[in-house]
Ligand binder design. Structure first.
Ligand code: MN
Length: 203
């Protein structure tokens, strides 16, 4: 069963003005689609048939680099589309906010740490909010299409929020101004989805 490109659950222009329609269209229909195509190609004849993308990431050291790059690309982008929504932003509530406060100091400190993780990631990569093995929240970042599920990364955990800081995520609207894209990203975060992922990871 080949992996498939999940459709966006909102229009390409739904995150305007924070993320522009052309960026969303190319990012989803071209970049993410290519990760899926190349992941399926890389897995042809492999005995990982039937594995979920999460299982593949957790065992990524067993695979060739094309699976690491494209499987990471597929997992990461699927998460990214889901943790954004039109009219998003604001701040989390309930148990997730309590955990952010307990583990990361405050929402403001988390905001600064997550933004800095994206700003200071050299080259292409991702910023993450994860639940680690001790069921604590942590902020981390990974290069390229690596993610915290992978058995090869330094800081491991279950991602509940991911921000793409590859230039293809922002260059058409923000050019070299990655910090402006990161500021805008906070206005589209789907905190309901992040809370669902938090609750699942805490079980
Ligand atoms: Mn991307």
């Amino acid at each position: 069963m080949a992996f498939q490109l999940p459709p966006l659950t909102y229009g390409n222009d739904a995150l305007e003005p924070h993320i522009d329609a052309m960026t969303m269209q190319i990012h989803h229909d071209k970049h993410h689609a290519a990760y899926v195509t190349n992941l399926n190609k890389a897995l042809e004849g492999n005995d990982a048939a039937g594995w979920s993308i999460e299982e593949i990431c957790k065992n990524i050291s067993k695979f060739q680099v094309a699976v690491r790059n494209n499987g990471g690309g597929h997992y990461n982008h699927s998460l990214y589309w889901s943790v954004m929504k039109p009219g998003g932003g604001g701040s989390p509530k309930g148990a997730l906010l309590d955990a952010i406060t307990a583990n990361l100091g405050s929402f403001e400190k988390f905001y600064d740490a997550f933004s800095a993780a994206g700003t200071t990631r050299f080259g292409s990569g991702w910023a993450w909010l994860i639940v680690n093995a001790d069921k604590k929240l942590a902020v981390t970042s990974t290069p390229n299409q690596d993610n915290p599920l992978m058995d090869v990364v330094e800081v491991k955990g279950t991602p509940i929020l991911g921000m793409d800081v590859w230039e293809h995520a922002y260059y058409l609207k923000y050019q070299n101004r990655r910090p402006d894209y990161i500021s805008a990203f906070w206005n589209v975060i789907n905190w309901d989805e992040v809370a669902l992922r938090f609750n699942a990871a805490m079980k």
